[in-house]
Design a binder for this molecule. Structure first.
Ligand code: ZN
Length: 231
């Protein structure tokens, strides 16, 4: 096998190694990343706190109603007992009872309002709970998929590493040195010749260079300096 072809294969291997390493980095940054789940968990916590506050409001409203109803019952009993004969006292008590009734009605309206909010919030908590289950399931599925992809990439990378080693063992060390120098300088060290043109810098190559390349000699492009490879 001519040296240009060997170096071209080495380059193909190195480029694939680079792209696999990039993909592994990308996946590593996604593994364990659970922002979407945390976002819904936070939403659920806040909604539960809201529900707790509303339930406390509901309790104190009910307690307040019981208190008023107790006073109202006492007042009404007193009013209809016939024990109070003094008209002024009777009128005063009547006003007091009316006031207590109005207050009780007002508190009951407020309690109903709170109850509506409690129901609405309970429904929200349930729906966010379902959303969380969905998001968590999706997250687990994604993580499993990413782990599997990672596993494949690592296996592939290990194969490529072995391939690289065996290629290096076969290639003339001086050629390898030139290859590494050009890789550092230009990214790609080997250029494919396509219809007499350097595949990297697009210059038309002299006939002699083409002939020498075809015979398996190590020839560098006179313009970009890359090693020429003719398939
Ligand atoms: Zn060139």
């Amino acid at each position: 096998m001519n040296v240009a072809k060997q170096l071209y294969q080495l380059q193909e291997t190195d480029l694939e190694i680079e792209s696999k390493e990039q993909a592994i980095k990308q996946i590593a940054s996604q593994l364990g990343e659970n922002q979407a789940v945390v976002r819904v968990q936070t939403k659920l916590t806040l909604e539960n706190q809201h529900l707790e506050e509303l339930k406390q409001q509901q309790h104190s409203a009910e307690w307040e109603i019981d208190d008023r109803v107790g006073k109202l019952t006492t007042g009404e009993e007193e009013l209809y007992s016939g024990r109070i004969k003094n008209p002024k006292e009777l009128t005063n008590l009547q006003h007091e009872v009316e006031g207590l009734r109005a207050k009780r009605n007002q508190l009951e309206d407020k309690a109903l309002e709170i109850m509506d909010k409690v129901e609405l919030t309970e429904a929200n908590v349930a729906s966010i709970g379902n959303e969380l289950k969905t998001v968590e399931a999706e997250w687990h599925r994604q993580q499993q998929q990413l782990s599997a992809e990672m596993e494949d990439l690592k296996n592939r990378l290990s194969d490529l590493g072995q391939k690289r080693q065996s290629l290096l063992a076969e290639i003339d060390p001086q050629a390898v040195e030139l290859y590494h120098k050009l890789r550092r300088q230009k990214g790609r060290a080997v250029a494919k010749v396509e219809q007499g043109i350097c595949g990297s810098c697009r210059i038309s190559l002299p006939i002699t260079d083409l002939q020498r390349t075809r015979s398996g000699n190590l020839v560098q492009c006179s313009s970009c300096g890359r090693i020429l490879f003719q398939a």
